[in-house]
Design a binder for this molecule. Structure first.
Ligand code: ZN
Length: 150
């Protein structure tokens, strides 16, 4: 388990250092600001839709390693999905990182973002991990107002 944990740590560090799909998305259909005042994480999530499919998802911003890695993993995992599938994944990611630390990590097809399940053991980090996901959910709903985790 500790080897696995180290591996997960490394993936998080790698994504935080060189996040995927980072930068402004020109021609985005939706964009929204997200802010986690607890940690100071700031993010902007962009979505380009093709019908009911997320053609492209990008983000920019700055924050701690968990917030950046989570946003990076999210964009990779949800790109190309339908809005309904994306919303479903957002719900499952939220359930995963907020479930009690002692509970088993539920089987899910969340893919890579599931490696962030470890934040369950660090309650102050949960909002770092969910910031991008909350922001994307709001963007998909068509919200304009900035998202804050408080
Ligand atoms: Zn943070």
């Amino acid at each position: 388990m500790s080897d696995l944990r180290e591996l997960y740590q490394q993936v998080i560090v790698d994504h935080a250092k060189s996040p995927k799909n980072f930068g402004k998305l020109e021609g985005a259909d939706r964009s929204i600001d997200g802010y986690n005042p607890l940690c100071g994480d700031k993010i902007k999530v962009y979505v380009k839709l093709d019908g009911d499919r997320l053609e492209d998802v990008r983000f920019e911003g700055s924050g701690c390693a968990i917030s950046m890695a989570s946003a990076s993993l999210m964009t990779q995992a949800l790109r190309g999905k339908t809005v309904a599938d994306a919303e479903d994944s957002i719900g499952r990611f939220h359930a995963l990182v907020t479930s009690p630390p002692e509970s088993l990590v539920p089987e899910s097809d969340l893919g890579k973002p599931a490696i962030l399940a470890g934040v369950r053991e660090f309650p102050v980090r949960i909002k770092c991990a969910t910031l991008a996901w909350h922001s994307l959910r709001a963007a998909l709903k068509g919200d304009q107002a900035a998202v804050t985790t408080e």
